[in-house]
Every structure is written in C-alpha cells, then in structure tokens.
Design a protein. Structure first.
Length: 284
C-alpha cells in the first residue's frame, strides 16, 4: 500500500469517529510507526511494508479505544523538548506551557537572567516538563523536583538523561517531605486540581488512561493547595515566589486561603480562554 493512501484512509477513519485533528493524528501515527519523515508522506512512491501496516493498524486500534495519542507514540512536545511519556505519567498540557512561559517572564522582570544561580523547586513534577524547561533556560539554576509516583519519576529521569540536563535532581516523596532546610527563589507546581466527582465526566482518554493520582484534587479540587500553601512559605527565600497552575473557579478560594496563611501578595494570570490559570503568591 502507498503511504499516501494510508494517510488518507486513517484520516477518514479518525474523522468518522469524531477526532478533532484527524489528519494530523494520522500523520503522527504513520511517521511514528515507520521511518518516513512527515514531509515525505506525500511523496507517492513510498510503499508501506506488511510490518509497517500491522504496526499502524495496531496503533489506530488503540487510538479508537481512546488511548491517548501521546501514550501510543510515547512522546509529547513541551516547549522545545521532546519528552517521553507512557502509562502512569500525566501528559503535559498547553496550559502548563503557558505557565512556564509566564514564569520565565516574571523571573526576568524580577531581575534574574539566564545565568542567575536560582534555586527552584517543582512539586508534582510528573514527566519533569516544568523542571527540565526551567533548568535548560536558567542554565546555572539548581532545580529540585519531587513526585510521589515512582513511575512518573522514571520518565522524568529518562527525559533528563535524553536532554542531558545536569542541574535537576528528581526526588521521590510527597510534596515537601523529601526536603531538608532548603530555601528557594521559586516554588512552582501543577498539582492535581480536578474535583473527584468531576473525573468521571472527563474524556475517555483522560479518565480511563491517565493516572488518577495526577488528576484527583479531592472533593472540591483544592486538597493539594491546602497542603502546599501552609508549608511553602517556610521553603521560600525572602522575596521568593510561589506559582501554581489552578483550575476553573478556584481563584477566590485560593486567594482566601493564601491570605489566611500570611501571604502578603496574591495575584492571578488568566489563560488564553480568560480563566484565572496561574496563582502567584509571595514576593514581599
């Protein structure tokens, strides 16, 4: 079978099953399953082998069952990083990319530059996407990243090794529990923030495949913030910042909590949808 015919066929199948970006997904599946580069998919002389077709068909069957494309390809793009992901590790989202981009701008506005010797803590690191991106940008920074999931940390360490990032330490443990008397210029996290009752309403590829431990934020979605906010101040340097990704409708309660724990300044940054997505406290 010609590769172009297979692209067309897969795109038709995915479209029929209401996948939003069917054509792009078809391209990704075929380039992952074969050695063919994306621009060459439309060079009609490429002929797929039986082995190619079998692997492509297996991948498309997984996708039709709802398995995330990122798990099927074992890869996700985050900034300029190609990160390995798989079962048991949360798939990084564009909202988190946006948060990291804003964090870089905020730290730059505070007078830090790429050579500054920042101390950074990333809680609930998952694939390591936040820690690795910041470590690569702030090349002299010392970054510590924690996660309770050993599976997630396995992927984080693989990603660190692939990208040869030497200034990140991944440590197993629940939030601050593995830390001693460290103090940081920046504490950052994308913790679980979905209310338990809402998880069953999520897309199949999320609720049936991604780790519940990375999704479930408790009854109202803010359990992890209740754990982070009381302790983060102890680990922040003077003028240090606590920056967290948050969910829809959580900003008012989180501001109330933060002020009750003694944070003098609390602000939010909206995402591209106009939702309060980034919580910022400290800096005073």
């Amino acid at each position: 079978m010609k590769v172009l015919d297979k692209v067309t066929r897969l795109s038709e199948i995915l479209t029929k099953h209401s996948f939003e970006d069917a054509h792009k997904e078809a391209e990704i599946i075929i380039t992952t399953a074969t050695s063919i580069k994306s621009p060459d998919l439309y060079v009609n002389e490429f002929e797929l082998t039986e082995q190619d077709i079998a692997l492509i068909d297996d991948m498309i069957c997984q996708r039709l069952k709802g398995r995330p494309l990122q798990y099927i390809t074992s890869e996700v793009d985050f900034f300029d990083l190609h990160l390995k992901v798989g079962d048991g590790v949360f798939i990084p989202r564009p909202e988190t990319e946006y948060m990291v981009d804003q964090v870089i701008k905020i730290m730059t506005q505070k007078g830090f530059n790429r050579l500054s010797r920042l101390k950074i803590l990333d809680l609930c690191t998952g694939s390591g996407c936040i820690a690795l991106t910041l470590a690569r940008y702030f090349v002299n920074a010392s970054v510590i990243a924690t996660d309770i999931s050993l599976v997630a940390l396995k992927y984080a360490k693989i990603n660190r090794d692939i990208h040869r990032v030497s200034n990140v330490s991944f440590i197993a443990g629940d939030l601050f529990s593995p830390l001693k008397d460290y103090h940081f210029h920046l504490i950052i996290s994308n913790p679980p923030y979905i209310a338990t009752s809402e998880i069953d309403n999520l897309q199949i590829e999320i609720k049936d495949y991604e780790p519940k431990i990375a999704l479930d934020g408790g009854e109202d979605g803010i359990d992890f913030y209740r754990k982070i906010l009381p302790k983060a101040g102890h680990y922040l340097k003077k003028d240090g910042l606590l920056i967290l990704e948050i969910g829809l409708g959580q900003s008012d309660e989180l501001k109330r909590l933060a002020l009750s724990y003694g944070y003098g300044k609390v602000s939010f940054i909206k995402d591209y949808s106009g939702i309060d997505r980034i919580f910022i406290a400290g800096g005073d």
